[in-house]
Design a protein around this ligand. Sequence first.
Ligand SMILES: O=P(O)(O)OC[C@H]1O[C@](O)(COP(=O)(O)O)[C@@H](O)[C@@H]1O
Ligand SMILES: [Mg+2]
Ligand SMILES: [Mg+2]
Length: 333
Amino acid sequence: MTSLTQFLIEEQRRFPQASGDFTLLLNDVAVACKAISRAVRRGGLSGVLGSQGTENVQGEVQVQLDVITNEIFVNALNWTGRYAAMVSEENDELIHITDGNPKGEYLICFDPLDGSSNINVNLSVGTIFSILHCPQGVEHPTEQDFLQPGTSQVAAGFCIYGPATVLMLTTGNGVNAFTLDEEIGEFILTRPNVRIPEDTAEFAVNMSNRRFWEPPMRRYVDECVQGKAGGREKDFNMRWLASMVAEVYRVLTRGGLFAYPMDEKIRDKGGRLRLMYEANPMAFIVEQAGGAASTGYERIMEIQPGSIHQRVPVILGSKNEVERLAAYHRDAN
Ligand SMILES: O=P(O)(O)OC[C@H]1O[C@](O)(COP(=O)(O)O)[C@@H](O)[C@@H]1O
Ligand SMILES: [Mg+2]
Ligand SMILES: [Mg+2]
């Protein structure tokens, strides 16, 4: 049996000059995920399932747990000297470490509760995070310091609160999954070296947006739906949970293609999903597991961010299907 703590210490040993701060930072993130898991699991018992009656910076209605889980994440990390600043899907501005607390050398981007529209219907939700280096010599990080492409991520992960709570983590050396053993309060390595099959016969997309999609996306999905009767040599199955963490977890388990593509009604926003809190961390994990992640036009991790709340189209999963769809985008131009 290998616990997350043991795993992280073993990883740290590969870098003899490491200070240990990175290990401790990931440990704090794991503690935040355990606390969020507990808050989510209490469901209606804590009377916090309703809407908050407010909107976040993205203009989306916040549910009470969006706000509560955001606070849990911030508080779990704030005491440490291991991060310099954070940005959250739920906060307009940067979150700085409280004055007087020591400052660390990492920047953190996070979505405290992904798929939160599912909370009231008791389906899987999760927390997504991405860790970057704070540029050297920067005392007071600004938004500009966060605007690094996904290829600069030091680590990324997500924790899914489903039938089991599972933490999926990459530090750029493959992907490993840890299941929370609630009896002993530890994440235990349950899926070492997660790999995504290169081929798949399953896709996930919100079909109600079909009429707003660009032609390459319509072509791809129409062919899947036609199955053997069309140009593809197989029948496809479809899933849509409206919870990216659950969707990506499925892709990391049995393959598949997940897409929230560009569509006409969200074009002025740039897309649906957020680059820094959703697209980049998931792209890093998926690539590290042998899959691919693209906007249709470019590799997600190579996008130079223009702002912390930037949105982008996302197509990720089994490599051969993502490449096929990217080729359709090239053909269309
Ligand atoms: O409701 P739609 O349009 O299908 O969108 C679903 C998508 O929105 C998200 O819920 C966005 O994340 P948040 O819940 O953090 O805002 C994704 O998890 C999911 O893929
Ligand atoms: Mg989200
Ligand atoms: Mg969210």
